[in-house]
Design a protein around this ligand. Structure first.
Ligand code: NAI
Length: 308
């Protein structure tokens, strides 16, 4: 098994580190445009292997796509991250060019790979990759829901005083501060609806905190987060390469599901060796469906920028 991570920055290197520790691949290529950067990060990760005891071979390269040939999964994290006060949407101009050219270069050497897009604004970057690659739609996935759902569980756990791991909670819609939809009415704690334990005020607070979860960290750290994004991406890679069939919220092309088409949005999917294998249709209330449609409108407007 060979995996490539493009972009050796904060998210890419953390994702590579997680993949190596879990031994999800025999060979992991870390690629960056910055001379020597990926090489350095790869050597640093490899120098933890004697301590942590993993056997994945991590190799860093500077823009050498031949080294990525025959990768079964490729993660794209290349692009600018946001600074405090910026929205993910403001990154579109620069990142669209980067994501498009990276996708084209990857496909020259791994024409049948599965691509996970992390670069922001993720919904639009994933849609762009779908259109650029010509790959079957099941092989293109956006990472955003894995992260946002984990943040949602974190905020729920803070209020409930329980472990995030005991919660089932899902975020759908877009991967933006105003477009994501934490489905609090569907969230459970050991199979009991969390709404049984939380006042309306607490529920509203949790949903609001989840939606600006990324911006809160950007303000604290000075740039966007990397531990949870790296872990969320690794979880997607793991479910694919181990064919685990995990149910994870991912950005995927919709073709009538949730009443939308010709768009990439975050919905729960079953992830296995073919990429996403099934879209799971939550039964949304009228209010939730209305929110989903509004998010779709906002993402569709953003996608239009690609053609302007
Ligand atoms: P970073 O700045 O630490 O790393 C980005 C890396 O991409 C840099 O090392 C840069 O040299 C490299 N790069 C730029 N152009 C390239 C090209 N053409 N080819 C190869 N490498 C190239 O940024 P960070 O924090 O790792 O974030 C990466 C992206 O992921 C950003 O767009 C950020 O907004 C996004 N992100 C998405 C999340 C999600 O949930 N979808 C969560 C966190 C970040």
């Amino acid at each position: 098994m060979k995996i490539t991570v493009v972009g050796a920055g904060a998210v890419g290197a953390t994702c590579a580190d997680n993949i190596a520790r879990k031994e999800l691949a025999e060979e992991l290529i870390l690629l960056d445009i910055r001379e020597g950067f990926a090489e350095g990060k790869a050597i640093d990760i490899m120098q933890t292997s004697a301590i942590l005891g993993f056997d994945t071979k991590v190799k860093g390269v500077t823009n050498d796509y031949a080294a990525t040939s025959n990768s079964e999964v490729v993660v794209i994290t290349s692009g600018l991250p946001r600074k405090p006060g910026m929205t993910r949407e403001e990154l579109i101009g620069t990142n669209a060019g980067i994501v498009k050219s990276v996708t084209e270069s990857i496909l020259k050497y791994s024409p049948n790979t599965i691509i996970i897009v992390v670069s922001n604004p993720m919904d639009t970057m994933n849609y762009l990759t779908l259109k650029t690659s010509g790959l079957p739609k099941n092989r293109i996935l956006g990472m955003g829901g894995a992260l946002d759902s984990s943040r949602f569980k974190y905020y729920l756990s803070q209020e409930l005083g329980c472990s995030p791991a005991d919660l089932n909670a899902v975020v759908i819609g877009g991967h933006g501060d105003t477009t994501m939809i934490p489905l609090i009415k569907h969230a459970t704690w050991n199979s009991v609806p969390v709404t049984e334990f939380l006042s309306q005020e607490q529920q509203d607070k949790i949903v609001a905190a989840t939606m600006v979860g990324g911006a809160t960290l950007t303000k604290l750290i000075g740039t966007s987060a990397w531990y949870a994004p790296g872990a969320g991406t690794m979880a997607m890679v793991e479910s694919i390469v181990r064919d685990e069939k995990k149910l994870i919220s991912c950005g995927v092309a919709l073709d009538g599901e949730y009443g939308q088409q010709d768009i990439s949005l975050v919905v729960p999917v079953v992830l296995g060796k073919g990429g996403w294998e099934k879209i799971v249709n939550f039964k949304l209330s009228d209010a939730e469906q209305e929110q989903f449609d509004k998010s779709a409108d906002a993402v569709r407007n953003m996608n239009q920028v690609l053609y302007d």
